[in-house]
Design a protein around this ligand. Structure first.
Ligand code: GTB
Length: 358
């Protein structure tokens, strides 16, 4: 069983940035990595984010959220502050230095991020408006103003107030969203500050995890899409030549299948019994190097008139971008419990083992 307090966060199922780490789950992943806290990431689609289940966690229907036992948090500031208070390493012990580090967190979120958010809206959502071109310089100047002041305060220091803290984590996370606009390069001291943050091993682990998972989820989706259209060679594309696929006794083709040839036989045999239907992943949960695909199967078998409708899960284990094991579970919760034991592997060093998410 996983540790009951292993926290679960949420992230986009398919981040619009294609895995560039610009969505706000990255700062939470970074904080989790800094403090060495194993975690599980549940990936939510844009649709699911607005449904009752997610709204119960996040009243504004956004990511990320944070669940730890009975505690549910939203807002990245609150989540990072909670982690920093729970663990050592992100806030100084001295009460005054601690209060100053928290002040920098608020400065990042309340003073520096709002105009950056506004710039992203202006560049992405309002670019087609007739007034957009005229307004853009004004929005860019609103971004620059606090950056001049921040750069002057940082000066030649590595971090904003002594040692690296949650204040720096938040400030770097906010500033790096500016890179695409070119504005960050206008402030060499801030550009170097952001680079120092990104060079931290914990940031790299967080970034690599979300980037890898972006591609891995796409690969898992394609495996089921290929099975649905009865294209077995395409279903094998994401699978390592040493693949091991373990199907439990109460499934149509029980057993352990090793290598492409045996797995081809297994998939062909199982798929060959269908007259029509689909097996669709409904959502994905990531723990360490494991992606749990929560599946909904709805098929009519050949020579049958009734439909089979069921929910189960496959756990895909990735190594170097390929699936080395698929383990099928009849009960979704069993799959989640089994996979989440491996969230702890985030404490081990990459690239052999990496954290999840997002
Ligand atoms: N104040 C909240 C916090 O800090 O937690 C803001 C949370 C928030 O805005 N979350 C965004 C979200 O869930 C994701 S980060 N949006 C979905 C929605 O509103 O329906 C914003 C974001 C999204 C995408 C990119 N990107 O692709 O580059 C970057 C940033």
């Amino acid at each position: 069983m996983p540790h009951p307090m292993t926290p679960t966060i949420t992230a986009f199922e398919r981040s619009p940035d294609g895995g560039k780490g610009l969505a706000r789950d990255t700062r939470v992943r970074w904080a989790l990595e800094e403090v060495g806290q194993p975690h599980v990431v549940r990936h939510v689609s844009f649709g699911a984010m607005k449904e009752a289940g997610h709204l119960a966690l996040h009243p504004f229907g956004k990511i990320p959220t944070y669940e730890e036992g009975d505690l549910v948090l939203f807002e990245t500031g609150a989540i990072v502050l909670h982690l920093a208070e729970l663990h050592t390493g992100l806030l100084p012990k001295d009460p005054d230095a601690r209060a100053r580090a928290i002040t920098w967190m608020f400065a990042a979120l309340n003073t520096v991020e709002p105009p950056i958010f506004e710039l992203a809206n202006a560049r992405l959502l309002e670019a087609d408006k007739p007034w957009s071109k005229e307004r853009l310089p004004l929005v860019m100047d609103r971004v620059r103003k606090p950056l001049h002041q921040l750069s002057a305060r940082l000066g030649d220091a590595d971090w904003l107030d002594g040692e690296f803290s949650a204040g720096d984590l938040m400030m770097v996370s906010v500033l790096l969203r500016l890179r695409a606009s070119g504005i960050l390069d206008e402030f060499p001291k801030l550009a170097a500050y952001v680079a120092r943050g990104e060079a931290r091993p914990a940031y790299k682990r967080a970034f690599d995890a979300q980037s890898a998972v972006f591609h891995e989820i796409e690969a898992v989706k394609e495996t089921y899409a290929a099975i649905n259209r009865n294209d077995v060679p395409a279903a094998l594309k994401a699978l390592d030549p040493q693949i091991e696929w373990i199907e439990p006794p109460d499934f149509p083709t029980p057993g352990t299948y090793r290598g492409h040839a045996e797995v081809t036989g297994q998939i062909s045999k199982g798929r060959g019994t269908w007259a029509e239907g689909t097996c669709e992943p409904e959502s994905f949960v990531v723990a360490g190097d494991k992606i749990v695909a929560l599946l909904h199967v709805r098929v009519r078998l050949k020579d049958h008139t009734e439909w089979i409708d069921g929910r189960f899960a496959d756990v895909h284990t990735f190594r170097n971008g390929k699936v080395v094991q698929v383990r099928t579970f009849g009960k979704r919760q069993d799959a989640l419990d089994w996979a989440s034991q491996f969230a702890a592997r985030s404490e081990m060093s990459p690239p052999e083992v990496r954290t999840l998410i997002g």
